[in-house]
Design a protein around this ligand. Structure first.
Ligand code: C5P
Ligand code: MG
Length: 166
């Protein structure tokens, strides 16, 4: 019927990210913005949160923006020592400026230790809060290497953005 055209469907953009950090004795174990009780934690200029770094890169990738290290260099005093949650928040804000917002996200964490099982609910809630999504649209799963590599933590993230980019 004339004048009854459907509004244009939102566009979907997918992005992926990966990160790995060395686990160092005595460092706080920050993962997905959650402090996990563990005798070692990720080394790095920032808090070394590999999950948030992978997710932020996935958001930037999906939005057609640059990458984490280019946008938030640790040589810039604004970002030096910043909690990684700020990187993800800034990546989501940059995507929103382009007319895209998170629709869902999924993360695989590869670590022989710590076990994520007891922390999955807290991780999902933390990531959902940072992405502006209900927890049901965000998931995090832990996997071991089966190789006894308790000295590292690795994260893969995929993110779907939707909207009407300019
Ligand atoms: O790697 P693998 O298949 O042996 O992992 C089996 C299960 O152990 C996973 O599906 C997950 O439930 C749990 N796991 C975890 N945290 C890890 C590694 C594995 O919760 N860091
Ligand atoms: Mg990193």
């Amino acid at each position: 019927m004339p004048g009854m055209e459907s509004p244009p469907l939102p566009e979907l953009r997918i992005g992926m990210g990966w990160d790995r950090h060395r686990l160092e004795a005595g460092r706080p174990c920050m993962l997905g913005g959650v402090l996990i009780p563990h005798p070692s934690g990720p080394a790095g200029h920032s808090d070394g949160d590999a999950v948030l770094h992978a997710l932020a890169d996935a958001v930037l990738g999906a939005a057609g923006l640059d990458d984490l290290g280019t946008l938030f260099p640790d040589t810039d005093p604004r970002w030096r020592g910043a909690p990684s949650s700020e990187f993800l928040r800034a990546a989501v804000a940059a995507a929103r400026e382009r007319g895209l917002r998170p629709a869902s996200a999924d993360v695989v964490v590869i670590a022989d230790a710590p076990k994520l099982g007891p922390h999955r609910a807290a991780l999902r809630a933390s990531l959902a809060g940072l992405l502006g999504l209900p927890a049901a649209r965000v998931n995090v799963k832990g996997k071991t290497t089966e190789l006894g590599q308790a000295d590292r933590i690795e994260a893969y993230a995929v993110v779907l953005l939707s909207g009407s980019p300019a």
